[in-house]
Write a protein that binds this ligand. Sequence first.
Ligand SMILES: [Zn+2]
Length: 855
Amino acid sequence: MKKNLFFASFTMLLLLILSSSGCKEKEDLKDRFFSIEEADMNLEFGSTPENKIILVKTNLSLNDWKAESEANWLFLSTQEDASQGASLKISATANTSGERRTAVVKLLSPVQNYILNVTQYGSSDIVLSEDIKVQPSGGKASECQPGQDIENTWDGKFSADGANPYHSPWGKSANFPVTLEYYFQGGADIDYLIYYTRSGNGNFGEFDLLIATDEGHSDWKKYGSYNFRMQNAPSKITFKTTQKVTGIKFEVKSGASNFVSCDEMEFYRYNQENTLEKTLLTVFDDITCSTLKEGVTDEQINALPDYFVRLAKALQNNTYDAHEKEFRIREYAPYSIPEEWATKLMTKKYSNLDNPTGISVQQGDEIIVLVGDTHGQQISLQSIWESGQEYKQTNVSGEVYFLSPGVNKLTMRKEGQLFVMYNTDLTSPDAQPIKIHIPMGSGKVTGFFDLKEHKTDEKYAELLKKATHKYFCVRGERIMFYFHTAKMQEFVPNQILSAINLWDDIIGWEQELMGIEDVRPSQVNNHIFAISPEGSYMWATDYCIGFVYTYLNNILLKENVMAAKDNAWGPAHEIGHIHQAAINWPGSTESSNNLFSNYVLYKLGKYCSRGSELNDLADSRFVYKKAWYNMGDATHQGEDTEIHMRMNWQLWNYYHRCGHNPKFWQTLFKLLREDRIIESDPGAAQLKFAMKASEAANEDLTDFFDLWGFFIPGEDTIDQYGTWKYKVTAEMIKEAKDFMKKFPKPKHAFQYIEDRKAGDTGLDTKPSDTGYYTQFEGEVKPISSNIVYSVSGRKYTVENGENAVAFELRKNNAEGELIYFFNMFSYDIPTGVDLTNTQLYAVQADGKRIEIHKK
Ligand SMILES: [Zn+2]
């Protein structure tokens, strides 16, 4: 009874609640809304797993509406979050059936119901007629290792499978040029050829390609010159037009380790039966399939393979997602060949990954790549991924897939992000942009930021937010960042311009000193590729520079770069290693690049330069009797970089900052690229540097380099990134000095120039009293006739010496041997210096020595 009563009253209560809420619902319904975009009512999915988010405009709570579907290949979830409001996420599993399938999704709410039509396309149903392989009827090599003759190159068997390649005789340098002739009896039509290396000795370097069209294949005509750069990867040559030949001949002029080898040489002609391309051209304007022909009918569209139906419909209905389209359809600009320019400009190799696609792939993905007119240029796709046992690091090369004009169907051998490889001679009229379309369903768009194209921080923030891959690419003018997306999102979610401009500038300043403005960017335009390894710290090598990913906040935020002197110094030093070769020799490798880092500090305009006080030079030379190559206390690879780096920086301060020859370094770089330092002979190298510096300055720099210890005969070993024999003889010194004598004496004694003074930001040395760079500018200020000195023990004190640039202790007279120098008004001469019969002189900026009398 009690129970019944309770039940009755509970029911009453429930009714009361329900009826009251019912009333409220009816009342509020007119204020409630629930809608989706019309475009979202027809959804198309590719064959690979894919998610779509449908935004729902509603003020209903998440419990008041729902989505349902009977398709077992669709997964639905409704969600609500503060930033984008309510949404429906539809996930489609892979469609491996090869057939298109459809489903409906019902979106149900008290306000409004929707039916969404979903189509998922089948996995690629594109059948490409393969190109026709043309088998040579015979051939001849100018020389070979017994058993490794030319017929091994058309047996269809690769050395990876244990087959023999062609190889020039073992144990000796090949007799260049080595010729490989291929014959095609009765003539053959050939569109392209592929050279497979055996990945090692003998990989082709430079060669001429000749063709014969006469019956006896004896009348060879040169078709072109090539350089496969001895790389461990296949190379392809596509003829501009089909060649009807009886013979093809390679005249190989260089090969890896002075051998010549070839695993396989394949010749092809395009398949004229390629009906797919003909069919596509009935619907699309051109083979990149990026626009529809005017007046195209549904019937024509539906006659296409399924893969292209989806594409055509998206173009027709204007439903090709703008973000996807931006990255899937692009024109790719030509870039120079970094290997070639590294040799010419004496730098480490810049990157060849200048053309990101913003599309990532998984291993096993089958992708379609639609390539427009290639203007006869060789292009390929390369997928870039990471490797490493201890820690992960981005690779600078990966799987390469050759591209031909037209439809390319490729199976991805490894995962990664795709880059278009289009590296060529920029002066060629054929170096034209190439249009490439990687349509929907092929790979996944992650996007990238290009400074020239995307311009603003807002666009960067938008693109970074949409990024789907582990790495995100930012392309500036001279540098490309390829960093962890998550780190960029963490450190710089909304701004990139200050960082990309800063690093473009830093590299630009370094390039500016090298005197390459005549070729960059007209002939050489590659980027430096910066990656973010998950270990190590900071380094530079061929093809890339690395900044450990935990350090990215220090290089991506200008205020962090500027926050400490070393933050910019470190990277500028590393990038300096890329650029230093022309002015470098063993024993200087960790300092000659600091010309660049000091210049970068100067250009950044906050911190003063770096390096020892000149007193260290005085001690090295006159107390410890050291020469240039071994002065100071070795800190970096057997070198005292702190002293060494001042020499180049003095030259810059005097010629550039004081304006006496603002093209000095550019000229010196050019001279040393024309007539190069031989690395294996550091003694001769240092003298050559002194001579070329005199030539660049058009002044006799004997006194300058004398103070820097260049003219001290001796023999020794230098250990720096190798072991080098160092030898400087009296004869070599005479020869150098005789050469330098041809030029007039410099107008100043600038071996004493300093650019640091008390109060400078970043000052980490004791500033000198004399020799500040402004003393070398304009009219020479005469030294006061009241200059006097006093001496107490070994401490010399000079009065009224303000206009001197340094003080010298010389034996007997002004022409006498230099015993020591200092640039302070009061200085303790080290005990190692013999002061007997010495005279103190004040050096005037113009080099005049003025005797100082005792007070
Ligand atoms: Zn270094």
